[in-house]
Design a protein around this ligand. Structure first.
Ligand code: 4AD
Ligand code: MG
Length: 464
């Protein structure tokens, strides 16, 4: 019996010799003058291909093997041997090649020619077969695994918060509506909505954040994290915004802003060092082909302590530097991408944690500081991407929260359960949200967020 192994195992095999079976897709075929062929085989298990040497003697050599093209799927039986060639330890000497599926070279889009990332977005169903998107998928997997491992080790319980919700956590009004009301019929009936006929008998939306619900579990289990898809109907066509993205949100009771910042720093360092350790081949590709110097940049993020700056200090820096910004800044305005990039790319040249934002530009739930002008907020910014983490200490004082809610025009009766957390055994607590795609973007150096999620959802685009 031959043993089915992955290309990854075949490439790393310490003991060669013996019959093995490998199943995958042909990347290239090269016929040698000596009457045999080389196949480069990839099965997605790792970046590199397995070289398969096919002798001309095998039964279907001229009828099938010599017709193999990029994308064909095959099962190869053979002898795993040490490879004399450079850049690979092993190669498979085929005794049989069974063709499972042909890929018509006239029509298969992923021929040898290189395609732009924009073009590949149109073939989002095929692009994971390319080097770049295979590598992105494996790094994204690694980051997701690291997230679970890190929080588990830090004593956080994984908590699943709802995707359908009636509350707007960020208060920015960028929510997708969830309804079973027949919209076309509604227009015909004069447009008056009666939620009594809607599925939940009230307006409901796709969540923009699991934070409020996570807080309920944090004030019971102490430390929790939620990790799932979140949705924002922001009309931003930028390289850092998606309408559907994944967010991990840790939330901890008895945590203040300092604890929160330390957690965020340990967390990011762990995620990036896991990428370097467990995805070395993929990361080397990103370093060489996508963003030169990525490996060294991540290494220095892991080694150096993060810089902390208050929002007020950041405004001083931005208003006294000699950069010409498209959007003017002054105390009380929200920072734009260009400002974030200046701070992290030029001023600090590394990750920076910005703290103590004006209360007027941040959501209602953030803890008001003693100056009554700022809130205990912290955003982590990184070069190239900008904001990667948004976090805060929560307002744990009932009355202050009630005031903030009425200032933000939020009805207390909608948030009665959230206020209950402050009525019964309220404690200081804090948390943050990391956008998974922004983390993958930073780890890989991929310039556009649409290329680090399998099927990007952006304004005007929900293909696949
Ligand atoms: O700063 P945000 O809006 O924070 C929250 O939602 C809080 N409730 C989190 C918390 O405290 N539990 O979003 C957090 C992160 C951002 O820093 C960014 O990385 C990512 O989510 N993010 C997006 N990623 C992709 N596309 C978008 N449209 C995003 N909006 C936010
Ligand atoms: Mg934010």
């Amino acid at each position: 019996m031959s043993q089915w192994i992955s290309v990854r195992e075949a490439r790393q095999a310490s003991s060669v010799g013996g019959e093995r079976e490998v199943r995958g897709w042909v990347r290239t075929r090269r016929d040698s003058k000596g009457g045999f062929s080389f196949l480069e085989l990839n099965d997605g298990s790792c970046f590199g291909n397995l070289q398969v040497v096919v002798p001309g003697e095998i039964e279907n050599y001229t009828t099938e093997v010599q017709r193999l093209t990029a994308g064909c799927s095959v099962v190869v039986l053979g002898d795993l041997q040490e490879s004399p060639a450079k850049g690979q330890a092993t190669e498979l000497h085929a005794t049989s090649v069974k063709v499972i599926g042909w890929a018509d070279p006239e029509n298969y889009p992923l021929q040898k020619k290189r395609h732009s990332f924009e073009k590949l977005r149109e073939w989002a169903h095929l692009r994971p077969r390319t080097n770049t998107f295979g590598a992105v998928a494996r790094v994204r997997h690694q980051i997701s695994q690291s997230i679970h491992q890190f929080y588990h080790e830090e004593g956080f319980y994984y908590c699943n918060t709802p995707v359908i919700t009636a509350s707007d956590c960020e208060g920015a009004g960028e929510m997708f509506r969830v309804t079973t009301i027949d919209l076309e019929g509604l227009a015909a009936r004069g447009g008056k909505v009666d939620y009594g006929f809607d599925f939940f008998e009230k307006p409901t939306f796709l969540t923009v954040s699991g934070q409020l619900e996570a807080e309920t579990y944090a004030t019971a289990l102490g430390r929790v994290y939620t990790f799932g898809p979140t949705f924002r109907a922001e009309n931003s066509n930028t390289s850092r915004h998606l309408a559907e993205f994944w967010m991990v949100e840790p939330e901890a009771a008895f945590f203040d802003l300092q604890d929160n910042m330390q957690l965020a720093e340990r967390f990011l360092k762990r995620v990036f060092s896991d990428c370097l350790e467990h995805c070395s081949e993929d990361m080397e590709f990103f370093d060489q082909r996508i963003e030169k110097g990525k490996l060294q940049q991540l290494q220095s993020v892991i080694e150096k302590p993060f810089t902390h700056l208050s929002y007020t200090k950041a405004i001083e820096i931005l208003t006294s530097c000699n950069e010409s910004f498209e959007y003017p800044v002054s105390w009380g305005t929200d920072l734009q991408a260009e400002h974030e990039r200046y701070l992290t790319e030029k001023y600090v040249q590394g990750p920076v944690i910005l703290t103590d934002y004006p209360s007027c530009i941040k959501p209602f739930y953030m803890r008001l500081s003693d100056d009554e002008k700022t809130v205990a907020a912290m955003d982590v910014l990184v070069p190239g991407v900008g904001e990667i983490i948004g976090g805060r200490q929560r307002e744990d004082r009932l009355e202050v929260l009630q005031n903030r809610m009425s200032e933000s025009d939020l009805a207390e009766k909608e948030y009665w359960w959230y206020l209950d957390l402050r009525r019964y055994g309220s404690v200081p607590h804090a948390g943050f949200g990391l956008g998974l795609e922004r983390a993958v973007q930073y780890a890989t150096g991929m310039a556009n967020i649409r290329d680090v999620v399998p099927f990007p959802r952006t304004p005007g685009n929900a293909e696949f």
